[in-house]
Design a protein around this ligand. Structure first.
Ligand SMILES: C[S@@+](CC[C@H](N)C(=O)[O-])C[C@H]1O[C@@H](n2cnc3c(N)ncnc32)[C@H](O)[C@@H]1O
Length: 245
């Protein structure tokens, strides 16, 4: 368990996200170009995460060779990261590899929204969205998909989870951010990569949270512009790739 704590916020509740995506579905139905909020857009996090992976794949730097990559986005929201990744993979990958995209989220409205975007814009069967709460101990999804995913993505989901300080009943009263790593690890085989982007934690904190009670180790990271204030250097966001050893 880590001693790092954030203050609770409404962004840590399922009701908040349900209402949020309900509103975004309304906007999308009104205007199909409006596919919703893209978190950390001002730091260009989405394209940096995608570019990072494209480079690793093209340079043959993934720890294993894959004919098909199983990719999952944890807390997928509007699915945008996956849709954009698909577009960019189609354009920029220069190695022969197939890929499947799965997006999970505990908000039924998020899943509904992602499916609506998929059917309007991406009929490709390689996208699947499913309602899954990552913090359930008895989880059919986690049980059925043990060690399935080669690449796991998280953009802002651990951040949202960490904004809820309520003990998770199902998980011996621990709080979400303290069980996140061991829950997500179930979906990983040896050599899987988990790429997390956070704006709430420093690199040091993120590493501590993820590695403390898991077999995950830092594999690589994305660099962002660094600001300096009062002699202290930092960046507003961090993305770290962990590997299961
Ligand atoms: C800040 S949003 C980020 C959404 C998306 N990744 C993006 O970058 O646009 C956090 C997401 O995490 C989801 N989420 C929060 N707690 C979750 C949990 N326990 N299980 C699954 N999804 C969760 C929320 O519904 C929300 O879609």
């Amino acid at each position: 368990m880590s001693d790092i704590r954030l203050n609770s916020s409404k962004l840590g509740t399922q009701e908040y996200w349900n209402t949020f995506y309900e509103r975004e579905i309304g906007n999308f139905e009104h205007n199909e170009d409006d596919t919703g909020e893209c978190w950390f857009d001002d730091s260009d996090a989405e394209s940096k995460m995608i570019e990072f992976l494209i480079q690793k794949i093209n340079d043959g730097e993934l720890p294993r060779h894959y004919d098909t990559l199983n990719i999952i986005d944890l807390g997928t929201g509007n699915g945008h990261l996956l849709f954009q990744m698909y577009d960019d993979f189609e354009q920029e990958l220069d190695v022969q590899v197939d890929y499947n995209f799965k997006g999970i989220d505990y908000s039924a409205e998020s899943v509904d929204f992602s499916n609506k975007i998929k059917s309007k814009k991406y009929e490709d069967q390689r996208f699947e969205f499913e309602q899954v709460d990552l913090l359930k101990k008895q989880s059919d999804f986690l049980d059925a998909n043990r060690e399935k995913y080669d690449i796991l993505l998280d953009k802002g989901t651990l951040d949202a989870i960490a904004l809820n300080q309520e003990p998770v009943e199902d998980l011996d009263g621990k709080i979400g951010m303290d069980v996140y790593g061991s829950q997500v690890e179930k979906l990983m085989h040896r050599d899987s990569i988990l790429l997390i982007t956070s704006c709430n934690f420093t690199e040091e904190e993120l590493v501590k949270i993820i590695t403390k009670e898991t077999e995950l180790k830092v594999w690589d990271k994305i660099t962002y512009p660094v600001f300096e204030f009062g002699g202290v250097k930092g960046s507003t966001i961090c993305s770290i790739a962990f590997i299961k050893e």
